[in-house]
Structure formats: C-alpha cells, structure tokens
Design a protein around this ligand. Structure first.
Ligand SMILES: NC(=O)c1ccc[n+]([C@@H]2O[C@H](COP(=O)([O-])OP(=O)(O)OC[C@H]3O[C@@H](n4cnc5c(N)ncnc54)[C@H](O)[C@@H]3O)[C@@H](O)[C@H]2O)c1
Length: 503
C-alpha cells in the first residue's frame, strides 16, 4: 500500500473490535498476526472473521476468492512470540487497565525495539499504558469504532511522550485503509465519546427527573434532532455496562458532575439489564410490541393568535375569529389571554413562548400547554405541561398535533424542552473543546459524523442554528440549573459579539 510504513501488523484480542480491525488490515493487503489468550478464544476469533467476511460474500460485496485471500493474510496464534517481526501491534483486549498493562509488558518484551504499539482503548488513559512500558515514545492510541470494517472514523491519539513520527505513520495507515483519522491528544473519551456520552447521560438524567418519558425523549431526538436513533435506543445498543464504564472514566478525569453516571444506568447494570445483548435495558427486546396503527382523525381547525408568522409546521391556520378552532396557538402572553376569552370551552390553548406565566395570566390555566417546534422543517411538536395543566389536556393536544401529521412529544415546562435542552449543552461542549484547542473544527465535526452517525458535525450545526440562539438557550438552561458547564462557552460569546460564524 502506498504511503504506508508498516507491512506486518499484530492484533491482540480477536473479540468484537480486534477481529474487525484484523479484517480491515487484511483487506488493506497487510500481513496480520492475530493473537488470542487460548485455543478456544482463538477459534471464536476465527469464527468472527469467517462470519464477517462471509456476510460480505453473501451481500455480493466480496468474492469467495477475495474472502479466502483476506483470511489467508491473517495468521492466528496464541503465542505472543509470533509478534516478534511485526512493525505495529494493535491491542484490543477488554477495557481494564491492569490487563492492558500486562499485555503491553509482554509486547514490550517480544516486539522489535522500533515497533509501534497501539491500544484501541475507548476511555482509559493512553499515557497510563505508555508509562508502564519501556518504550513510551512508541505508544499511541488508535480508536476504531464498532463495527470496525464499516465505521470510517479512527481517532489517533498521541500522548505527551509519543515521538512525532509514530502518530503520523499510524494516521497515514488509517488513511490508506480508506478511513478518516482524527489526530488528537490524550483526554478521557477523546472527541467522540466525550461529546456523545455527556449527551447520553443527560438524557438518562432527564428521564430520571421525570422531565419526559423514554419514548418521548427518543422520538424527540430522532424526529426533531435529526439523529438516526434516540439516546435510550443508542445506549441499549452500545450496552449499558459499556456506557457506565465510559462515563466513569470520563468523570474520573473531568470531575464534571454531568459525567457522573445517572443512577438509573447503574441500577439497570446492577440488575443485569445491559441493553440489547441481554434482551432488556431501557427497552425490552424479547417480545416486540405490535405497532398500533394510528386512527385516521379529521384535520383539526387550528387558530393562531398574535402578531408574527404562524409556525410553518401547523400548515393552514385561521386568524381573527377563533371561536371555531379546536387548537389555538398564541404567539405571546397577551395574545393567549385574548384568545382564551374567545375560545370554545373545549378548545386546547397553546403558547409558543414561556408557558407558566402566560397560562396563569390567561384566566384558563388548566387548558394551556406550551407548544414548541425545535426545527421548522422537521415534523416534531413538543408539548409542555405545567403544574396547573388540567388532566387530559396534554393528551388532547397530542391527538390534535398528531392529526396535523406531526409527531407529538410531551415534557414539563423547562428551559429548552427536550431537543434544545439536550442538543445545546452537547454543542456547547464541542465549542468549549474547540476553544480549548483540543481539536480543530474539521476533526470535531468528522468525529461526530463518522463516529456517531450525526447528520452534521456540532461546529457546523452551531453555525446552522445560529450562535446567538445557542447563547440564548444556554443562558436559559444555565439560569434554570445554575450548572456551570451550561454557561455559554466563551468562544461562542466572542463569535456572537464579533458577528462571525465559527467556521
Ligand atoms: N465494543 C466496542 O464497541 C468498542 C468500540 C471501540 C473500542 N472498544 C475497545 O476495544 C477493546 C476491546 O473491546 P471488545 O468489545 O472487542 O472486547 P471483547 O471482549 O469482544 O474482546 C476482547 C478479546 O480479548 C481477548 N483477550 C483477553 N485477554 C487477552 C490476553 N491476555 N491476550 C490476548 N487476548 C486476550 C478475549 O479473549 C476477547 O476475545 C476495549 O478496550 C474496548 O474499550 C470497544
């Protein structure tokens, strides 16, 4: 392969990640040595390799000859001595520092003095591993994502001890393998997990606080946040034990209580409910529920009160005489009070701005909910209830909104509702990471797009949403929670003042 300075690469541990990494290397025409702890584990590793490449053959993405060539390039062994002539070794054993140190001590003993040794750790300190070897200048992190043959992102981590050439050589290899390297320093969670897990833990905390339900939070982030799946579906997929482990590691370094695992996560893990792999986590997977077909409801009459444009998601609306409206959406407190006086007794009243004060001032507080559309072109409506919302009113609001073809989700009347409350802290963390110089905008955006399936990277998303809006939402979240990390990152405020986007 051109531009690659490694010709024989070892992989230690042929589990989920190691087998995938070995396959990627062999597909890149490198000679690979795969090491396992014993014969049984080696056979399991062989099974992973055969199954994964076999699947590619079935899907027509690989010929049988191609599969054979890939498998022939991977020599399997239980003897670390077979790594003696490798010029790079990638470790992918379970995420325990004592075990990794033991493996690296062995690698240090058997490998050539000029060989680069890499760890695929997700959240342990690469520096901690490096200092336990006699060759800390040759130790790097190379963080592949699962499944390795598919995922394009690889975070390449250099410590303060790593020699300049080693990181560059590994990054060149990653590029030659058809993947995108993001080169960064050694901080817990690196870029992708650091940003992702803060968000996932916040979602778990939101559930724990009774702000919204699991299903509503998942639907909100999928439909309104534009993500491939909601946070609880994703945590179940990752495995709740892994989530807990990654959060613990990030918290140990950040000491930011937003990274302290939400109690519900620990409770589920202690109960052995680890997500998809055990059949139950936040969701149950044994008996898939039959999806209920929504009944065809007639389109309600929607009235809009107040000056300004009606939210586009509402479609056709009535203005002026609102006496026939099923749902009245007021654009401010004054308009709500006027509309409440004219509305039918059974109409649902909604306000797009701050809810509780407007509800109280309306004279019909029990009939009032908040209605928020986080994205003009995504069909999500957040329905916020207050302490005075009457029983059944949120249900009626949800049914009316659903009859408009929108996905309704419910939450309490809190800053940012669901989508903004979850995405702006994440975006703020990305801005803080950029401001601290940990990674550049391209790296941060690539990490979240390619590593976590975000349709757009956080730095580009901040520019899309507007930095002034980001600062306003973050200030509201900060005022409500007094959480220091929710105050807008100085870089955001600086760009707002300068009137310049981040990119
Ligand atoms: N699973 C993921 O989604 C994921 C993603 C990125 C990074 N990682 C990281 O990759 C590493 C491996 O994770 P995994 O999910 O593949 O684990 P895994 O449990 O699927 O595989 C680990 C393998 O290491 C083998 N092993 C254990 N001790 C060994 C030893 N002394 N010598 C040789 N082999 C040994 C085991 O037999 C097993 O096959 C961890 O550091 C993890 O944090 C995992």
């Amino acid at each position: 392969m051109s531009g690659v300075s490694f010709s024989k690469v070892g992989v230690v541990g042929l589990g989920t990640m190691g087998a995938g990494i070995a396959e990627v290397l062999a597909r890149g025409e490198l000679a690979v040595v795969g090491i396992e702890i014993n014969r049984d584990a080696l056979e399991r590793g062989r099974g992973h390799l055969e199954k994964s490449t076999g699947r590619a053959v079935k899907r027509g993405r690989l010929t049988e000859d191609g599969q054979r060539a890939i498998l022939d390039r991977i020599a399997l062994s239980t003897d670390f001595g077979d790594l003696a002539d490798c010029d790079l070794v990638i470790e992918a054993v379970p995420e325990r520092l004592d075990l990794k140190r033991k493996v690296f001590a062995e690698l240090d003993r058997v490998c050539r003095a000029d060989a680069v040794l890499a760890t695929n750790t997700s959240s342990l300190s690469v520096t901690d591993i490096a200092v336990s070897t006699g060759r800390p200048t040759k130790i790097v992190g190379v963080h592949f994502f699962n499944p390795a043959p598919v995922m394009k992102l690889v975070e390449v981590i250099g410590t303060v001890l790593t020699e300049d050439g080693a990181v560059g050589r590994v990054a060149d290899l990653v590029t030659a393998l058809g993947k995108t390297p993001v080169v960064i320093g050694d901080r817990a969670g690196f870029v992708a997990n650091r940003l992702l897990f803060g968000y996932l833990n916040q979602a778990a905390g939101m559930l724990e606080a009774g702000h919204a339900t699991r299903d509503d939070i998942d639907a909100a982030m999928k439909v309104g946040g534009g993500l491939p799946m909601g946070p609880f579906t994703l945590m179940d997929l990752i495995g709740l034990d892994t989530c807990l482990e990654v959060l613990e590691a990030i918290y140990a370094e950040s000491r930011d209580r937003r990274h302290a695992p939400a109690p519900v996560l620990r409770e589920l893990v202690t109960a052995g409910l680890l997500g998809r792999k055990t059949g139950r986590g936040f969701y149950s997977y044994d008996a898939p529920a039959e999806a209920e077909a929504p009944a065809d409801a007639p389109r309600p009459v929607v009235g809009v009160a107040g000056d300004g444009d009606a939210p586009a998601a509402l479609g056709e609306v009535v203005r002026g005489d609102l006496s026939g409206a099923d749902l009245i959406v007021a654009l401010d407190e004054k308009a709500l009070a006027e509309a409440a006086a004219a509305a039918r007794p059974d109409a649902v009243l909604a306000v797009t701005g701050p809810v509780i004060a407007a509800a109280v001032a309306s004279g019909r507080p029990a009939d009032v909910v908040g209605l928020h559309f986080p994205e003009a072109d995504r069909p999500l409506a957040e329905i916020a209830t207050t302490v005075v919302t009457g029983e059944g009113v949120a249900d009626r609001a949800a049914a009316l909104v659903a009859a408009l073809g929108l996905t309704p989700v419910r939450c309490r009347d809190r800053a940012g509702h669901i989508v903004d409350a979850l995405r702006f802290p994440y975006l703020n963390d990305a801005a803080a990471m950029l401001g601290a110089g940990y990674a550049d905008a391209d790296s941060i955006d690539a990490a979240m797009r390619l590593g976590c399936g975000y349709p757009i990277g956080p730095i580009a998303d901040l520019d899309r949403l507007g930095l002034d809006r980001a600062v306003a939402v973050l200030n509201a979240l900060y005022a409500e929670t007094r959480e220091p990390a929710l105050a807008p990152a100085p870089l955001l405020e600086e760009h707002v003042t300068a009137g310049r986007p981040l990119r």
